[in-house]
Design a protein around this ligand. Structure first.
Ligand code: ADP
Length: 509
């Protein structure tokens, strides 16, 4: 039997799935690690923890499956991480993750002086503290001793491959999320290198996402019980591979995720950027690019509603061992679409796409004495989806009209919320039966790279469908009336966010 392993290096957990060549899951393993948050805005990981996790999960799926031979191992990884390596190839820093905001001052500066817009237009990475571009600027200014000692600036996956194979190589996909890679000529961007005062030699060699390497260090081959000839495919980032893993790679097929956070992503055949710098464009392969927007305020906002507005119900539900989310969606179901004119802007955690405003704050608008807590739940669920819809409107301008949605994430446990997505987007929504979609995406990319499948579209036959929702015209008529108001209110509130955020910072202990 032929097998393929997909490994997904996440922010808090690394997962591994061993598949047969039809995409059937044969074995699964995961291993978590610590996120270091010792200082404000800091979010780091120990790169050796990640290496150990990668070895552990691969070893486990090999052991659990009793597979005697695998055809390849292919990788997915979280984006935007940065590790500085010294002359002796030892890490000078931990891995600074996407969630680390210490470079905010430097991304703000890039935005304010207009340089950011020009860089974005070449790199497709929104100007934000998440990106290694901002992080390296921050390190150069605030940790010059580390910056000077850095022989290489790499990411987590490059670190893992370096430990296994002794080479510094980064795929186009991870590179396209650094803010330093020119997505149109597929090279490190010389203008950015000059700005950062680093040279191309200090960055990894660039390779295609389908590139592979063999000759793993014998001690790891032994640990994993694999041959040193096993090819390892460099793979791509978790976001674009998730599009592949849920079969959202055809034009107009939109991948919407509402987990703790959220995202809207569409695959196009060449790199595109949007004039306002609000969308990312990351590589899946040289001919497939994923355009989209990451959203901070997804299911985490529903969690806030549950914990803060429905604490007594939560306690009862826990005693009865039922999900409070299920109880709340039953409550919200009794309220008509549009929540009788109650609107909610879900910006409890600042926001990335669509407004890219770290100071943004949440609000209910349109409250009357007739509104109840039930209205507030429904308005919150609707507000999360309105916000994702606005991201879609931005994507439409550069990638064309959507034709269907493949949706994933914890929200999909609620039939009401799934229908809401279909009604607000006015698109059919399919929930693919996708388990660890980024791992599957990695495995499928690996099968393609090694010639086991001719086309990435083979993924269609590897995933099932759990639910399908068609837009309901009674509901979307209501949403069509409310959406323009919701969008106007968000523009009106925009200039006020910083003041209220400053007040909160000053007065909240
Ligand atoms: P993560 O993004 O961290 O992997 P999930 O995809 O599991 O997490 O999403 C978690 C979110 O899913 C929760 O914050 C909550 O908003 C939502 N959720 C979980 N269970 C339900 C449910 N039964 N009904 C509706 N939403 C749910």
């Amino acid at each position: 039997m032929d097998y393929m392993i997909g490994v997904d290096i996440g922010t808090t957990t690394t997962k591994s799935v061993l598949y047969d060549m039809k995409g059937k899951v044969v074995a699964y393993a995961n291993s978590g690690y610590q996120l270091y948050q010792d200082a404000p805005d800091m979010a780091e990981e120990d790169p050796d923890d990640i290496l150990h996790a990668v070895i552990e999960v691969m070893g486990q799926v090999m052991y659990k499956s009793k597979a005697d031979e695998i055809k390849g191992v292919s990788f997915s990884s979280a984006m935007h991480s940065l590790i500085l390596m010294d002359e002796a190839d030892q890490p000078l820093t931990k891995a600074i993750t996407w969630a680390d905001n210490r470079a905010a001052k430097y991304s703000d500066e890039l935005k304010d002086n207009g340089l950011g817009a020009k860089i974005y237009a070449r790199t497709g990475t929104p100007i934000h503290p998440m990106a290694p571009l901002s992080k390296i600027l921050w390190l150069r200014h605030e940790k010059p001793e580390l910056f000077k000692k850095a022989k290489k600036f790499i990411d987590l996956k490059t670190y893992v491959f370096f430990k296994l194979f002794g080479v510094y190589r980064m795929d186009y996909s991870i590179a396209s999320a650094t803010g330093m890679f020119n997505i149109f000529d597929l090279k490190w961007d010389q203008g950015v290198l000059d700005l950062l005062q680093i040279t191309e030699k200090q960055l990894p060699e660039l390779v295609e996402t389908t590139a592979s390497i063999s000759g793993i260090a014998p001690r790891f081959a032994e640990l994993l019980n694999i041959s040193t000839r096993t090819p390892f495919i460099f793979g791509a980032s978790d976001g674009v591979l998730s599009n592949l893993g849920v079969d959202a790679i055809d034009p107009g097929v939109v991948a919407v995720t509402i987990g703790t956070s959220g995202a809207v992503r569409v695959t196009v055949d060449k790199p595109v950027v949007d004039p306002d710098g609000k969308l990312f464009c990351y590589a899946l392969t040289k001919d497939k690019w994923v355009v989209g927007g990451p959203v901070n305020n997804g299911g985490i906002v529903f969690r806030w509603v549950k914990d803060q507005l429905f604490a007594p119900e939560r306690i009862t539900a826990e005693q009865m061992q039922v999900s409070t989310y299920d109880i709340l969606t039953q409550i919200a179901e009794k309220i008509p679409a549009g929540s009788d004119g109650l609107l909610f802007h879900p910006y409890l955690g600042g926001e990335r796409a669509p407004i890219w405003n770290a100071y943004a704050r949440g609000s209910f608008f349109g409250l009357t004495r007739n509104h109840t807590r039930a209205h507030m739940v429904r308005a919150a669920l609707e507000g999360i989806v309105y916000n994702l819809y606005v991201v879609m409107l931005t994507i439409e301008k550069v990638a064309g009209k959507p034709k269907s949605i493949q949706a994933t994430g914890g929200f999909a446990r609620s039939a009401l919320w799934r229908q809401m997505l279909a009604d607000i987007f006015e698109q059919p929504v399919t929930i693919p039966e996708s388990f660890e979609s980024s791992c599957l995406g990695a495995a499928v990319l690996g099968m393609y790279a090694l010639g086991y499948i001719d086309n990435l579209a083979a993924v269609k036959d590897m995933i099932g469908v759990t639910d399908v929702h068609k837009p309901n015209s009674d509901n979307f008529e209501v949403y069509r009336e409310l959406l323009p108001i919701w969008i106007r209110i968000s523009h009106l509130l925009e200039p006020e966010y910083k003041e209220i955020a400053d007040f909160q910072r000053k007065h909240t202990k």
